[in-house]
Design a protein around this ligand. Structure first.
Ligand code: UDP
Ligand code: MG
Length: 343
């Protein structure tokens, strides 16, 4: 089922000269869906998705990664496998969306992978457009949210601020603020992603880091059909810290900068005090200045230690070399005759 490669051709697309591998007409498509408590969505999503994928290629699979759901997500996936080419990768617990995506990417067998959420927020109708760009030679096609109407103004602003900070801070990796995990990856991109050994996986940064010929397609984000978002403020904050510590050492540089600035100010202040004492003699000890200075300095020091701690924590996670996820159980439409199989 390998893509015919090596037959290079050039073509002008949207004003760009693309050198690309000839694409097979019927690639094996893997659609990867991380699912955490998505029992309310999967039953209606999968038949629609299967119908759409059928129009693109006769060979496809839908890989559902059950990320430690506490509802019937896995059971529904197994039921769906009776009628559709569904494979279930059931993680041993909730590892988080980034790990679930990594598990899906590792287990998908397709020539191309389509990553999408299992809650109807990523419109199925956009997939043919992704596919046509892949056929034209793009290795990665990602969706760009045209509006974030389902989110509060605070979340929207914080998200924009975070991505523009990250893009500027990690000047090698531009991260598109409104692009998410809704994307199509060629097998070559998947192989590159699998070569990245890091445990803390900030997927949006990793997609950008590997590069490849990419194009963003605007799409209208739908509302979640059933269930609740698995991301609350603290989880998003954790993801943001992971993104920053994985892709930039700017906060560490900020600590050095702040340290240097405070030291310089202290020297200047010291000179001023000395001169004043020499000229006007010793006056009343200024304990207010002393207290203010001390608390400011301890604040800066604690902040610096905290930032340093974040990076050390990341190093700690990396050196432990624990796997990104643990698979509890597999089930494939190919095992329809058998019972649930264990790895
Ligand atoms: N998800 C997951 N593990 C988690 C949280 C979410 O696999 O710990 C999945 C979820 O089932 C959905 C996708 O990731 O398919 C996006 O999650 P969600 O809709 O909760 O996030 P939001 O759209 O609010 O950013
Ligand atoms: Mg969602």
């Amino acid at each position: 089922m390998a893509v015919q490669r090596g037959n290079k051709a050039t073509e002008k697309i949207a004003g760009e000269l693309l050198l690309y591998h000839a694409r097979t007409q019927a690639p094996f498509i893997s659609c990867v869906l991380p699912a955490y408590n998505e029992s309310g969505n999967l039953g209606s999503l999968i038949p629609l998705l299967a119908k759409q994928l059928e129009t693109l290629s006769p060979t496809y699979e839908i890989v559902i990664v059950d990320d430690g759901s506490r509802d019937a997500t896995a059971a529904i996936a197994v039921q769906l496998a009776a009628d559709h080419p569904v494979r279930l990768i059931q993680l041993a617990r909730n590892f988080g969306k980034e790990s679930a995506l990594t598990a899906g990417i590792d287990h998908a067998r397709g020539d191309i992978l389509i990553l999408m959420d299992a809650d109807f927020q990523h419109p199925i109708e956009t997939i043919p457009l992704f596919f046509s760009y892949w056929q034209q030679g793009y290795d990665m096609v990602y969706g760009i949210r045209t509006d974030r109407h389902d989110e509060s103004a605070i979340k929207r602003n914080l998200t924009n601020w975070f991505y523009s900070f990250l893009t500027r801070a990690s000047n090698t990796v531009p991260i598109e603020p409104n692009a998410g995990d809704f994307r199509l990856l060629d097998r070559s991109v998947v192989e590159a992603l699998q070569k990245l050994p890091e445990r803390t996986r900030f997927m949006k940064g990793l997609y950008s880091w590997v590069g490849f010929k990419s194009v963003g397609i605007p799409y209208h984000v739908e509302s979640r059909k059933a269930g609740q978002s698995g991301f609350n403020f603290w989880r998003l904050l954790e993801l943001a810290v992971t993104g920053i510590t994985s892709f930039t050492s700017l906060p560490l540089r900020f600590c050095s900068g702040a340290g240097a600035a405070v030291s310089l100010l202290s020297i200047l202040y010291g000179c001023y005090i000395t001169l004043r004492t020499l000229i006007y003699g010793v006056d009343l000890p200024g304990w207010a200045t002393l207290v203010a200075g001390m608390s400011f300095l301890s604040g800066i020091q604690l902040l610096a230690i905290g930032i340093l701690g974040e990076y050390i924590a990341k190093i700690f996670i990396e050196v432990k070399q624990r796997p990104t996820y643990v698979v509890g159980r597999y089930y494939s439409y190919e095992d329809r005759q058998q019972d649930l199989t264990r790895p």
